[in-house]
Design a protein around this ligand. Structure first.
Ligand code: UDP
Length: 492
């Protein structure tokens, strides 16, 4: 009967790569963890399907994973490479992102009703899956692509939102209340200008945030891409307050099996170039899959990297992805000639996991997207932080203050970054050069960070090995879902 049938789990990733990649990898790993018990299906839009299909077909060799393509001509609306959403206008603000998620509701609901899986793992913005899961009598889990520390910080900030809105958004520090931390507890504080939009900007967004949290808490549980040793106090607290069941299964993406790389010739070229460089000598510069710099900032960054005299690998997203392609020619050919030999630009997409795993890479200049933070920690690469939007400023605090494996790229005398998004400030080339060169020099801040991050990498490795904390949570997740199915509907 039912018990012998495989557990059919459907995964509903949000369209952005920072969500799509870890959730695809999670689906594959869940199936691979117990191939005789579990089969995974990933529900994606047509353009995203081509991004993940190679990974999924490789995964199928070790466990059953499939791609289900939504039957709509989802128009690409310029949210970034391969990101599509129904009818939403091209934009980068948070409200539009969530709006896109809501527009996808009917298509996803139809798939779930037609296939009636045993469980659904839905991305955070898909709060509405709660209802369809209840209707089908199946467990609904939230996939959270962001760790316990930033989630708790955002919850706690949300609780004091009334005090924050309407205050000037300058560099005045807002203390994050109620964070755990034990004896060595440091107060977590963040300048008002760096708070996520949903906290300060408009009521639509904050009402939506409330809905997302309610759906998460009402669901069967939450799967989080982190590992306990990265942020232990926060994981413990998270289990207590933020989910009925929490599964910390990260780092999910592994160089051997991940939707991250494309595996094309370009990948091989950049890895080959790295192999010609000394150990720990290269600064890897990448700002994730959709962060946007002005043309002026791109120019300063290019000049700064040049002036740093360091060896670097810089990923520049193709301007054809952009609605405003004013940065089409940055960096220009003259610049490329000047840095030839020690600076390489990858246009579009680099195989980040493989790059970070390469012994020649000695530092990572990152925007602090959660995946990048986790991937750096897991690869043992110290980071220079340059957050831009969303919860990236909060992730930065985990990196620089809590787990202490990195430093900020840009600070003024008061220890507070003076680049505020409100003012669209530009970090000047000299500051970039000073920060990068200073970080890399002998006796620089990198050395301390390196000790910490090597230890974290070791812990990340053991977390996913047999009987490690993430391995156990992955198996507990499967056991709990099997148990829920055996107990029949309404466990959801
Ligand atoms: N990534 C990559 N190559 C690139 C840019 C990004 O492989 O050139 C991957 C990166 O490894 C990570 C994801 O894309 O898994 C980006 O997620 P993150 O949370 O760091 O940032 P986001 O793109 O969501 O801002």
């Amino acid at each position: 009967g039912d018990r012998k049938k495989k557990l059919r789990v459907f995964f509903l990733p949000f369209f952005a790569r920072g969500h799509l990649i870890p959730q695809t990898d999670l689906a594959c790993r869940l199936a691979a963890a117990r191939p005789s018990d579990v089969e995974s299906t990933i529900v994606v839009t047509p353009a995203n399907a081509s991004l993940i299909e190679p990974t999924v077909s490789r995964a199928t060799a070790s466990g059953r994973a499939a791609v289900h393509i939504l039957p709509y001509p989802f128009p690409d609306v310029g949210l970034g490479p391969g990101i599509e959403c129904l009818g939403a206008a091209p934009a980068r603000d948070e409200w539009r992102v969530y709006r896109a998620a809501d527009l996808a509701q009917p298509a996803h609901e139809a798939v779930l009703r037609a296939h009636r899986p045993d469980a659904v793992v839905a991305d955070v913005p898909f709060w509405w899956t709660t209802d369809v899961a209840a209707e089908l009598g199946i467990p609904r889990l939230t996939f959270h692509p962001v760790g316990a520390f930033p989630q708790l910080a955002m919850n706690n900030l949300f609780a004091v939102r009334a005090d924050i809105v309407g205050r000037p958004r300058g560099r005045q520090l807002v203390a994050v209340p109620g964070m755990p931390g034990g004896k060595e507890k440091k107060e977590v504080a963040i300048p008002a200008s760096e708070l996520p939009d949903f906290l300060v900007r408009d009521d639509h967004l904050s009402a939506l945030w409330g809905r997302l949290k309610a759906a998460q808490l009402a669901g069967f549980g939450v799967v989080v891409n982190t590992f306990a040793d990265l942020e232990r106090a926060y994981c413990d607290e998270y289990r207590r307050v933020d989910a009925r069941r929490a599964y910390f299964v990260g780092p999910i993406s592994q160089p051997s099996l991940s939707a991250v790389g494309r595996g094309g010739d370009g990948d091989a070229d950049c890895l080959h170039w790295l192999s010609t460089k000394p150990s720990r000598s290269v600064v890897y510069v990448c700002f994730g899959s959709w962060a946007h710099f002005s043309a002026a900032q791109m120019t300063e960054l290019a000049l700064g990297l040049e002036a740093s005299n360091q060896t670097f690998l810089w990923v520049v997203r193709c301007s054809s992805d952009e609605e405003d392609s004013d940065d089409a020619d940055v960096p220009d050919e003259a610049w490329e000639r000047r840095v030839a030999g020690r600076g390489v630009v990858v246009r579009g997409w680099a195989p980040q996991l493989a790059v970070l795993a390469h012994p020649s890479v000695g530092a990572f200049l990152t925007h602090c997207g959660w995946n990048s933070v986790l991937e750096a920690a897991s690869a043992g690469v110290p980071v220079l932080t340059w957050p831009l939007v969303f919860e990236q400023f909060i992730n930065e605090r985990l990196v620089t203050e809590v787990a202490a494996f990195g430093a900020r790229v840009w600070e003024d005398g008061e220890g507070v970054r003076s680049v505020r998004r409100e003012e669209a400030d530009t970090v000047p080339a000299e500051a970039v050069a000073r920060a990068v060169a200073g970080f890399m020099e002998r006796g620089g801040r990198r050395e301390k960070a390196e000790v910490k991050v090597k230890e974290l990498a070791e812990r990340a490795r053991t977390a996913v090995e047999e009987d490690g904390s993430s391995w156990r949570d992955m198996h507990r997740l499967i056991d709990d879902l099997m148990q829920a199915r055996a107990s029949g509907p309404k466990m959801a």
